[in-house]
Design a protein around this ligand. Sequence first.
Ligand SMILES: Nc1ncnc2c1ncn2[C@@H]1O[C@H](COP(=O)(O)OP(=O)(O)OP(=O)(O)O)[C@@H](O)[C@H]1O
Length: 238
Amino acid sequence: MNSESPSNLDPLDPAAISTNAIAVENLNFSWKANQVVLCDCSLTVPKGEFWMLLGTNGSGKSTLLKILAGLLEKESGTVEVAGKVGYVFQNPDHQLVMPTVGADVAFGLVDEDISYLHTRMRVERSLRDVGLGNFQRRPIYTLSGGQKQRVALAGALARNSEILLLDEPTALLDRDRQSELVETVRKLVKENHLTALWVTHRLDELDFADGAFLLQDGKVVDRGDPIRLKQLLKQKVT
Ligand SMILES: Nc1ncnc2c1ncn2[C@@H]1O[C@H](COP(=O)(O)OP(=O)(O)OP(=O)(O)O)[C@@H](O)[C@H]1O
């Protein structure tokens, strides 16, 4: 990232809010008294970009994503999320609730005021977009982990989510399925002008990112060029 990147704008600057899908400033959160999970955490993710979030176990990555998704209340700070959020969990078995692929994706649309035909069109489109065009009638229990993650992703796309929050979506996948999923998400982000924030521990995934954040003790301690961060973190573990 160069110094003129939109991500380097002050997140409280109105210009930043219009160019960023996510703008977080001085966010604080703790689960219990005398514990700090997120501490003056600040970050911005530009619209239309695919950013990754790295950090050691317990550094606050999942907590941050849950606050961005509105699943948790922040304690203090500013959180701006400019668009509809879709969330993909690490374990798709915690997310998929219906017996078949098509029914599961359609289930996410029950709150939307759209016709049966429109629902079917959205389900078909989103399954096609994740490479599962022929899977509508397949029982969920017959799917691989990678296919289940794609169904979860299709659910987010069917709801016309503009911002995808993905919490270690490849943690349970083998290397081939991992590459397929990260490539699919990058393609979807770029083709549909979505924004994604992807939590990972796998450094090779940084090759697909537009930028990355490093979270440490609940604070963003480094951000920017994903390849620079990849080299930096590789040196730390070797
Ligand atoms: N539901 C919860 N109740 C109480 N404490 C929690 C809860 N969820 C997380 N924590 C604590 O908050 C801290 C941050 O957890 P979080 O899951 O956000 O970290 P993380 O960076 O996503 O870790 P990992 O890489 O292991 O998934 C940890 O100390 C964790 O034990």
